[in-house]
Design a protein around this ligand. Sequence first.
Ligand code: NOJ
Ligand code: CA
Length: 699
Amino acid sequence: MLAVLFVFAVQTANAQAVNINASDASVRSPGGALTVSLRVNGEGRPEYSIHRGGKPVIHWSRLGFILADAPKLERNFEIARVDQKIIDETWEQPWGERRYVRNHCTELRATLREKTSPKRDLTVVFRVFEDGVGFRYEFPDQASLSQVHIVEELTEFDVAEAATAWWIPGGEWNRYEYLYQKTPLAEVSQAHTPLTLKTTSGVHIAVHEAALIDYAGMWLRRVSGQRMKAVLSPSSSGARVSRKAPFVTPWRTLQIASSAPGLYMSDLILNLNEPNKLGDVSWVKPFKYVGIWWGMHLGTQTWGSGPKHGATTVETRRYIDFAAKHGFRGVLVEGWNKGWDGDWFAKGDEFSFTEAYPDFDIVALAAYAKKKGVRLVGHHETAGNIAVYEKQLGPALDLYAKLGIDSVKTGYVADAGGVQALGADGRIHFEWHDGQVQARHHMRVVEEAAKRRIAVNPHEPIKDTGLRRTYPNWVSREGARGMEYNAWGDPPNPPEHEPNLVFTRMLAGPMDFTPGVLSLTGAGGKRIQTTITKQLALYVVLYSPIQMAADLPENYAKYAKPFQFIKDVPVDWSDTRVLNGEVGDYVTIARKARNSDDWYLGSITDEQSRTLSASLNFLDEGRRYYATIYRDGKNASFDGDGHSIEIETRPVSRNDTLQLKLAPGGGQAIRISTNPASTGVRSAPKPSPKKKPPEFDVE
Ligand code: NOJ
Ligand code: CA
C-alpha cells in the first residue's frame, strides 16, 4: 500500500486580503454552485448563510461561543480581515472507497475582532466545495484569551426550505444505537450527526462534522422552525471544552447534493481532515475476519468462564482452521481475557488486558494462527472504564505486538455519560462517549496502537469524523445499530435499517456492521428481517476495510454457494459509484477492487420489492466480463423464505443495463470479473462473439 500524499496540483494563489473592516464577505465554490456569505449584523453578531444556484439553503445563522470564565464571544464584532484562496489537490488513500481523492474548494478566512475591550480575535474559516461547505473556528493565542473554557458553541444551521429529516436522538442513553426516524425537520428534537435532510425541491443536505480532535462531539437541537443549534456533548468539568489557545475546532460540515447518491459520493469530510500523520502505513491491512462472537450474542456461548465459555483454545483452533481454509485473514476472539465473570457492564474494573483465561492459550494460538497464514484479532472490552484501560494500555498493546496481533477491536459498553475516566484530581469522573475526554482517549489509543503497528476498531465509539485520513490505522468502528441487534434487539433491525444507514451513519465513514449471517436466525430462533442475498450485498453496500463474516462456521457449511461471494468480495477499492438510491428506501453501489480489474455490485431494499436499473457503463470499453449474480429467488422475502436464491454466471459488457429484482427486504450481489474461472460457482458459458448478451431479468 502506498502511503504518500500524492499532490498533483496545489493552487494557493490569490491569497490577497480584501474587505478590511467590512461588515460582510462572500465566497463561491470553484465551479460556482455554492455561495457562502458572512456578515456581522447591527449588534456585531457574526452570521453566515449558504446559497445553491442562487437559492437559499441555509438562512442567516449564528456563530460564536459562550465561555465559562470570560465574556462570551458572540457580539460587538467587526470583520477585520478576509483572505481567500483556491485549493486544488489530489491525494491518494492507503485504503478506502476510492484510491484518489480530489480536494477542490475555495477557502475564505475571516478574522472577527471585537470592536471594544477586550478586543479579542476569533477566526472563521470556510471551505466551499461544489458539493458542500465546511467551516471551523480558530482561536488564536492572545493575551486576553489564552485558556479557553467553552460552555456553549452557538453555531446554528437554519435550513431555508421545508425538509424531511432522517435522524437518531442525540444525548440519549444508548449512544448512537437507535433506529432512524423519518420526520419533518420541524419535528426533530435533538439529533446526532450526520443528520440527513431532503428539502421539498429535492436538495439533499447532511449536517455533520470533520476532524473531531480534542473537542466535544456536536449534537443538533432544534431551536424553532427549522433552525438547528449546536449542542456540545457534556463534560464532568462543567465547561464542555477546555483548551489552551491556539487551537482550532472541528469543521462543521454540510454536504449538499441533488440526490441521495450525491451525498454519498462526496469526499468533503475526508478532505477537511489533515493528511496522513503516520508515515508509512503499508502495515495497515484491509482484511476479512471470522470470530468467536455470534455465539455469545445468540446466548449459546459466553464471554465469561464456565461450561459455555466461547474463547477456548479448542474452539479458537477450529476458527483458525476455518479461516485458513476459506481465505480469511483474521480471527476475532472475544472473552479471552480475565474480567468477564459477574456483572461487567459499565463497570470494567476487573478487566485484565494481559491475562488470558486458563482455557485460552494465547501464545500457542497466536503462533498456530501465524503458521496457518491467519492473525488473531485482539479484543479489549473496557465497559467504558477508560481509567482501568489506560493504566494497562501500554502493556496490553505490547503483548499484542509481541504475538503478531496487528488489529484490535475495542469496546465501551456503558450507557451514555457512563465512561469512567481518571481526572487530574486523581478521582473517577463520569464522561460521555462523545465528550472531549473520550475524544482524547480515542486519539491516545489510536496513537499508542500506531506506534506498535496495530489497527483499531472501536465499538460504542465516538462518531466518525474522517480521522482515518490522518490516522489510517483507525480502520473502522461501530457507532450505530449493527448485526448484534438481529440477535437480541427489541425491536430487531427492520429492512429499512441498512438503506437508512448508507445515507446517514455511513456518510461519516466505515462501519464494522458485521454482516453475513446466512442462517438468517437470531437468538431463540428469531427470524432476521433480511434475505440471504441482502446479507451478501451488505459487503459492498456498507463500506469497511475490515469486514466480518459474522455467522458460525457450521452455518457457512450449510450455505456454501452463497458463502462463495463472501469469500470472493474484496474490502479495499479503487473506485466507488452509487448507481441509485433514496434515503431509507434502496441503494445500489458498484465498487472496483483495488487489486484487480473486478467490480462488485450490491443492491438492497427496504420492506418493498423493487426492480432497479443498473447500467454497467463503468466497465472498460471493449472488454468482456463475467457476472456472477446472486439474486433473490422467486417468493423470497424478509418475512417469508429468505433463503430462496438464484445464482448464475453470465457474460456482460459495459453496454449492458441490468434489471435488479429485489424481494421485499431483499438484495442482490454481483461479482463482475474478467476471469470466468475464478468465481468458484461455475464457469461461465463461452460468449458468442457476434451475439449481444441479453438484458437480464427482463420479462
Ligand atoms: C458490544 C459490541 O458491539 C459487540 O460486538 C461485542 O461483542 C460486545 N460489546 C462485547 O464486547
Ligand atoms: Ca454495540
